[in-house]
Write a protein that binds this ligand. Structure first.
Ligand code: TXA
Ligand code: MG
Length: 359
C-alpha cells in the first residue's frame, strides 16, 4: 500500500468531524478504515465495492470462505443489503439495535459475492458506538468489517492491537480508546424455521430467549476440533495467541488448582489467565498472571488484551479456568475454547467412596 497509515484519536462519545470526514473519504475511495465498535475494532471497507472488500481479505490473510459482517447506520439501510426480511427480524432490530446482535438473512443482489464467501445469506448489524455510526453516516454506504486482527489472532480491543497486527496495511485508524464490551457480537441466523445462535457474543443467549423462546444453540464440542468446519467461521482454532492455551474445568476448586499447579510445574515459563478470586490462589508462584477481573463482563472486556499481553511476555503455555457458561460467560468460554483449539482438561473430583445403593 502506497499511502501511509493515518491514525486519528477521536472522542468515543463525540468524534471529531475532520477525522470522520477523512475516514469516510477513504471508504468512498475504496480504502480500508479500522474503527471502534462497542464489541471490538473492525476493519472496514465499502460493502458494495467488491475490490475494496477484497482488500479486507488480503490485509487480514483471511480465507475467502469466511464471510464478513455488514454494518449499517439505521434500519432502513437493511433493505439495501438483505431481502425477504422476516417480521421477527424487525422485532429483533427494534429491540437490540444498535447493539451487539448480528442477524443472518437472505442477501440482496447488489452485495458482492466475495463479501459473503459465495453464500446466498448475509450477516448484518448496527453497531452501538458513536464513532462507527458517525463513519457510517458520513460514508453513506454500508460498511463490511470483520474484526481488525490478522486471521486467527485475538480480536483487537484497542487501536494499538490493530496497528500491531496490520501496521501500514490499513489506510486510516480511528482510535476511540478501548472497546466497551470486548468480545464480538452474537450471531443469530434466521434462515431456518427455528432461530439459531451461530456465535455467542455481546448479547446473552438468556436475554435473546426472552424474545425468542425457541432459540437453538448447540455449543461446540471437542469433536469439532478434528472435524472439518461445519459452517463458515466456526473452525475451532481461532483467536490464538502464539503460546499453547490449556483450559481447565471442574467444580471442585482445590482439585482444579492442583491440576493447574501440576501443569504449571511442567513448564519453564507458564502464564495464567484468571478471575481475581482464582488468581489469588497462585500468588506464591513466579509466573505471568493476567487478571480477568471479578465477573464475566470484566473478563469479556479484558480477555483478548490479556492473551496478547501474555504472548508479549513470552510464556510457553497459557492456563485458564473455564468460566461459567451463563450470561457473558458463555462468550468468554467460547473464545477461550477456540484459543485453546479445544484443549480442555476436565478435572473431576474422585467419586465419593460409598457403597452402591440398590433398590
Ligand atoms: O462484533 C463483531 O461482530 C465484530 C465487529 C467488528 O462488528 N465483527 C466480527 O467479524 O467479529 P468477524 O469477521 O470476526 O466475524 C464474522 C463472522 C464470520 O467468521 C462468520 O462466522 C459469520 O460472521 N458470518 C458472516 N456472514 C455469515 C453468513 N452469511 N452465514 C453465517 N455466518 C456468517
Ligand atoms: Mg474475527
Amino acid at each position: 500500500m502506497s499511502m501511509r497509515t493515518r491514525v486519528f484519536r477521536v472522542d468515543p462519545k463525540s468524534p471529531q468531524a475532520e477525522a470522520i470526514a477523512a475516514a469516510a473519504r477513504t471508504i468512498r475511495a475504496s480504502g480500508l478504515v479500522a474503527f471502534p465498535t462497542e464489541t471490538v475494532y473492525g476493519l472496514g471497507a465499502n460493502a458494495l465495492d467488491e475490490a475494496a472488500v477484497a482488500k479486507i481479505f488480503s490485509a487480514k490473510g483471511r480465507p475467502a470462505n469466511d464471510p464478513l459482517i455488514v454494518h449499517i447506520k439505521r434500519f432502513e439501510q437493511l433493505r439495501l443489503v438483505a431481502r425477504d426480511i422476516p417480521a421477527r427480524a424487525r422485532e429483533l432490530c427494534q429491540r437490540y439495535w444498535p447493539g451487539p446482535l448480528t442477524l443472518v438473512l437472505k442477501k440482496a443482489e447488489r452485495i458482492p459475492e466475495n463479501l459473503t464467501a459465495g453464500l446466498d445469506t448475509v450477516a448484518v448489524r448496527m453497531p452501538d458506538h458513536e464513532v462507527a455510526l458517525a463513519l457510517l453516516r458520513e460514508a453513506n454506504a454500508p460498511i463490511a468489517a470483520p474484526s481488525a486482527n490478522l486471521f486467527s489472532r485475538p480480536s483487537p480491543t484497542s487501536a494499538q492491537h490493530v496497528l500491531d497486527d496490520l501496521g501500514d496495511l490499513v489506510d486510516v485508524v480511528l482510535d476511540g480508546g478501548p472497546t466497551p464490551i470486548g468480545v464480538e457480537s452474537t450471531i443469530l441466523s434466521l434462515m431456518d424455521d427455528e432461530p439459531r445462535i451461530l456465535r455467542p457474543g455481546g448479547i446473552s443467549v438468556e436475554a435473546l430467549r426472552r424474545t425468542l423462546p425457541n432459540l437453538v444453540y448447540e455449543p461446540q464440542t471437542l469433536a469439532e476440533d478434528i472435524a472439518a468446519a461445519p459452517a463458515p467461521g466456526t473452525m475451532l482454532r481461532h483467536y490464538s495467541p502464539c503460546a499453547r492455551v490449556i483450559l481447565f474445568s471442574g467444580e471442585d476448586d482445590a482439585e482444579v488448582y492442583a491440576a493447574m499447579r501440576a501443569e504449571i510445574a511442567s513448564h519453564d515459563r507458564a502464564g495464567l489467565l484468571a478471575y481475581d478470586a482464582d488468581a489469588a490462589e497462585f500468588s506464591d508462584l513466579d509466573i505471568a498472571i493476567e487478571r480477568l477481573g471479578a465477573n464475566a463482563e470484566d473478563a469479556a472486556r479484558r480477555l483478548f488484551a490479556a492473551l496478547r499481553s501474555l504472548d508479549g511476555q513470552k510464556v510457553d503455555c497459557i492456563l485458564a479456568r473455564a468460566p461459567e457458561k451463563t450470561g457473558m460467560g458463555l462468550a468468554v468460554w467460547d473464545r477461550l475454547l477456540r484459543a485453546a483449539s479445544g484443549a480442555l482438561v476436565e478435572v473431576d473430583a474422585a467419586p465419593a467412596d460409598c457403597p452402591m445403593q440398590r433398590n
